[in-house]
Design a protein around this ligand. Structure first.
Ligand SMILES: [Zn+2]
Length: 605
């Protein structure tokens, strides 16, 4: 009886609580907006100067931009003293590799820079090393969630490798047809165009005619041809001309990836390359490019100061070679090799296609694939390998050999750029990090070559600055060049990734707009928002405008910090206080919220 009365006396209270919770949820749904951004200085994506405005967001859209917006919102972001820009679009990234792993799917390194959309599948390489269909990749990302929006290109190199292996020849008529079919299939599945890596294998084996034939497939879809062109150093101008020719013969919009002139003897050629592009634009062709704001690229940016050839010298025959390593694996049967490969390689998880690919590989290639997947010979090279070190020091003690070594090292460190452009990155003498090889030679009172040998024997790694600051600034001023990091989604703390993965977008603002004033802040913002969206044919992104998708970055310019360096690359950028992806808050008060609201952007037919 007693329990009943307790129940009775409690019942009205439960009722009241229920009522309160109902009325609370009613209040919640009766907000005028989901998000209200108050009092920020808005750069809307255009070149016009910033204006003070409030921005209202409902679901995933910007519904109002006005001087003052009244009304209630679930989230109110006070942006007084901060700038508000469209979320940044990274026109060129290799993040799709890292995003295979769940812990990298948020792409925190990009979110922290204000990036809300990336274009992946670059440099001829889409899917995994072998091939994953665009459809499979899109499905995986949609089901598992990604931090930012991602658009995909289909990689010419991946397609060619799947059809022709690593053959250095022209495709047969059947092979060309099969490549076209695979590209068409990817376009049907929503890819935005074709990418090439014409300096890489097997892309390098493709002649211009092959590219023209394959590019024709993407034209009816409104696809774009993104090209890592055939040369960025001595062949830069020929390579730009080839890209333009492909555009001319197919009427495809051409977009040149990571536009630059590599090596000292080519510095300044960026002007000639720009002239070629602008002449093509004047003829009515669509030609654009992307650029990252750094003086070094990623083709092994970290080098030892003794070239491999000199390090080995006459000891070549005594050292471990690829063939030695392969001969070890050659003892295993095909099935054992495949089983071993599947055990160690993350690529085996990708698709059935990959398994089929392994099963049809000729014996020699299978052995080589498994051997290189398990042992990276490069990891065993250099001063930390006792045998190699012993043989090198023995040669260094021989006066004739020593002279040869010195002259070869001297040529090497003066080859692509002069020693004042070779920067010490990782060294046991910490105080030398960040100094040039020339400065270190002066400090030590030694010749440049002698210093290089001493540093190399300590295991020092250096980064040659192969591009010129003048070229970077010259290209940056062009109104047809967008920002593309060419970065990745690295595992935080592991390895030595290029710092562009961590800082491209805020570094460009900080160094080139705020410090050096090479270009205006509005120019930089346009280059990483509306211009990129226009090239990709996205009319609802890249702008702060009513009706656009709410991809928005709110940045405190006073707190901008990009501390990543070649000596300590793993360091997130700071300064993005709030970040919205499709109207969802991914960064709040500078911290990641754990949301994965990114979408796979498919090419609209
Ligand atoms: Zn590339």
């Amino acid at each position: 009886m007693k329990t009943k009365s307790i129940f009775r006396s409690f019942f009205p209270i439960i009722g009241i609580l229920l009522l309160i919770s109902i009325s609370f949820s009613q209040v919640k749904t009766s907000y005028d907006y989901n998000i209200l951004i108050k009092g920020g200085k808005v750069y809307d994506g255009s070149l016009k100067s910033a204006f003070k405005a409030d921005i209202a967001i409902k679901n995933d859209k910007i519904v109002k931009v006005a001087k003052s917006i009244k009304g209630t919102a679930e989230w109110v972001m006070r942006a007084k003293g901060l700038i508000v820009t469209p979320g940044f679009i990274d026109m060129h990234t290799h993040a799709d590799r890292g995003m295979f792993y769940p812990e990298n799917r948020a792409c925190l390194n990009y979110l922290k820079q204000g990036v809300t959309t990336i274009v992946a599948g670059q440099c001829g390489s889409s899917g995994w090393q072998i091939f994953e269909k665009a459809e499979d990749q899109m499905k995986r990302w949609t089901e598992e969630g990604i931090g930012l929006n991602a658009a995909l290109l289909v990689g010419h190199g991946s397609v060619r490798r799947l059809v022709m292996g690593m053959e250095n020849r022209e495709p047969t008529a059947d092979e060309l047809e099969l490549m076209k079919t695979l590209i068409r299939e990817a376009m049907e599945q929503g890819a935005h165009g074709l990418s090439t890596g014409l300096i890489y294998l097997p892309g390098r084996y493709a002649k211009t005619d092959e590219m023209i034939e394959l590019v024709k497939v993407i034209v009816p879809y409104g696809g774009i041809y993104h090209s890592h062109i055939r040369g960025e150093s001595d062949q830069l101008l020929d390579a730009v001309n080839e890209a333009i020719e492909i555009g001319e013969k197919t009427e495809v919009p051409v977009h040149i990836s990571h536009f630059k002139a590599i090596n000292y003897n080519n510095w300044g050629k960026i002007k000639d390359a720009c002239q070629l592009i602008e002449a093509a634009q004047a003829r009515g062709l669509k030609v654009t490019a992307d650029q990252y704001p750094y003086r070094f690229s990623n083709l092994s940016p970290y080098i030892s100061l003794i070239p491999r050839k000199t390090w080995i010298g006459i000891a070549a025959d005594e050292l471990l070679k690829t063939e030695d390593m392969e001969s070890v694996f050659d003892f295993l049967r095909d099935s054992q090799l495949i089983a071993l490969y599947n055990k160690v390689s993350p690529k085996s998880l990708i698709s059935e296609l990959h398994q089929k690919y392994l099963e049809t590989l000729p014996r020699k290639e299978l052995v080589s694939l498994v051997a290189t997947e398990i042992i990276n010979l490069r990891d065993l090279w250099g001063p930390s390998n006792p045998k190699e070190r012993f043989l090198f020091l023995e040669r260094l003690n021989d006066p004739i050999e020593a002279e040869k070594i010195l002259s070869e090292v001297s040529e090497y460190v003066n080859n692509s750029v002069p020693p004042e452009n070779i920067i010490i990155a990782i060294c046991v003498e910490k105080e030398l990090e960040g100094k040039s090889l020339k400065e270190v030679a002066e400090i030590k009172g030694k010749s440049v070559a002698g210093t290089a040998i001493e540093l190399a024997l300590m295991g020092t790694l250096a980064v040659p600055m192969k591009m010129s600051e003048e070229d970077i600034e010259y290209a940056m001023k062009k109104d047809w060049i967008v920002t593309g990091s060419d970065g990745a989604a690295p595992f935080y703390g592991i390895g030595l990734p290029h710092i562009r993965s961590y800082s491209t977008f805020l570094h460009k603002i900080k160094k080139y707009a705020l410090e050096r004033k090479t270009v205006s802040l509005a120019h930089v913002i346009r280059s990483q928002t509306s211009l990129a969206a226009r090239i990709m044919n996205w009319d609802d992104r890249g702008w702060i405008k009513e009706g656009c998708i709410a991809d928005i970055a709110i940045i405190d310019l006073k707190k901008l910090k990009t501390d990543t360096s070649i000596s300590n690359p793993h360091c997130y950028s700071e300064g993005v206080e709030y970040l919205l992806v499709n109207g969802k808050v991914v960064i709040y008060n500078g911290k990641y919220t754990g949301e994965l609201p990114g979408r796979v952007l498919k090419l609209k037919k």
